[in-house]
Design a protein around this ligand. Structure first.
Ligand SMILES: NC(=O)c1ccc[n+]([C@@H]2O[C@H](COP(=O)([O-])OP(=O)(O)OC[C@H]3O[C@@H](n4cnc5c(N)ncnc54)[C@H](O)[C@@H]3O)[C@@H](O)[C@H]2O)c1
Length: 333
């Protein structure tokens, strides 16, 4: 049995609490969140104890692993505390918004041997994984292009925007990681980024963006296009195309059921696609957690680690440099 402390009981923390509680080989021992109402909700639904400080949650003798789902600025501190206490770490993306803090954390945990997995859940989505496998097994021949469309159903509130650290570092970071996942050992070497604040007043108010497009190039010459929006009236739009010399695979949008309606006024009418990430990626979130438990049990290296979190942030920083300068930026991972 692997005993967990969970840091953070917000949107994603509550979801992780559910997965820990449901896993036959995991047990949630402690929750820590300064928002006592959130902590109590998780404690009640999972029968865990409420820790009175991060130290108590992380250093507890009866805890083997720490799941960090708290606000982003807390991540590096909690990773360092957990690694130094010899506890396995699962940490939500991004590791931090500031590369200097990520590098400092990397130095601080050097020499510690604990597994660290970063929450890039899209790598665990069954369809995206098959698209990546189509590249690995050369089902599409030689890889030439990747096209990623990733649009949220609606913009977040202003408080979220103020703390999130910008569209590219908070949101596109998933797409940068997915790009790296599909490319495998062919690194991204260049990026050109465009962004705009076209419709969301809150994004405009905090000088953030709501619309973005990127072109990236890999060392082998593969071209990648990513497009993002904070609003898609038809739901959470998540599509990935992997194109090569022998064809293409598409990981398409998913509807809650496969029902199609044919009426006197429409053909092929389907239900609307999943509303947002918790519904669309439920299987991926569960499988990434199952994978983490397996790594801790088998003492193996997580499939997506600290270095992947750091590399995705380096690409996001290069994207900002391109957006601000209007130039193509070289990326050194
Ligand atoms: N992988 C994904 O798809 C995904 C999706 C959503 C959020 N996230 C990430 O998860 C993290 C949390 O996001 P969220 O949407 O749940 O935010 P949220 O605001 O709903 O929850 C954050 C929680 O952290 C708590 N918190 C703040 N300081 C803390 C501290 N010192 N110790 C413990 N808890 C603390 C807050 O009280 C809050 O309950 C962020 O880093 C975010 O980027 C990842």
């Amino acid at each position: 049995m692997i005993n967990f402390s969970l840091m953070g009981a917000g949107r994603i923390g509550k979801m992780h609490a559910k997965f820990i509680a449901a896993h036959p080989k995991a047990k949630l021992k402690y929750i820590y969140d300064p928002n006592s109402q959130f902590a109590e909700e998780v404690a009640k639904s999972t029968s865990c104890s409420i820790a009175s400080s991060p130290e108590e949650a992380i250093n507890a003798d009866d805890v083997d692993a720490i799941l960090i789902a708290s606000a982003t600025p807390t991540h590096t501190q909690f990773i360092t505390m957990a690694a130094k206490a010899g506890k396995a770490v699962f940490c939500e993306k991004p590791i931090d918004l500031d590369i200097n803090k990520v590098n400092e954390c990397m130095e601080n945990i050097k020499g510690t041997k604990v597994p660290i997995q970063i929450g890039f859940n899209r790598r665990f989505d069954a369809s995206h994984k098959k698209a990546q496998q189509a590249r690995v097994k050369k089902e599409i021949g030689e890889l030439e292009m990747i096209v990623i469309t990733s649009r949220d159903p609606e913009p977040p509130g202003i408080d979220y925007l103020k703390a999130a650290g910008g569209f590219f570092r908070d949101t596109t970071i998933h797409d940068f990681d997915l790009t790296r996942f599909i490319l495998g050992d062919d690194p991204v070497v260049q990026i050109s980024a465009f962004g705009a604040a076209l419709f969301d007043k809150n994004s405009q108010h905090v000088k953030d963006l709501d619309t973005a497009m990127f072109i990236l190039k890999s060392k082998n010459g593969v071209l990648i296009h990513i497009n993002n929006s904070r609003r898609a009236v038809y739901g959470y739009d998540q599509r990935v195309e992997v194109f090569g010399s022998k064809g293409m695979v598409i990981s398409d949008n998913q509807t809650p059921t496969s029902l199609e309606r044919y009426t006197s006024s429409s053909t092929n009418e389907k239900e609307t696609i999943h509303f947002f990430f918790i519904e669309r990626y439920e299987q991926a979130y569960r499988d990434q957690f199952n994978e983490f438990v397996k790594c801790v049990e088998d003492k193996t290296k997580p499939l997506v680690g600290f270095e992947d979190g750091r590399n995705a942030l380096i690409i996001a920083n290069a994207a900002y440099e391109s957006f601000e300068s209007g130039k193509v930026i070289d990326i050194k991972l």
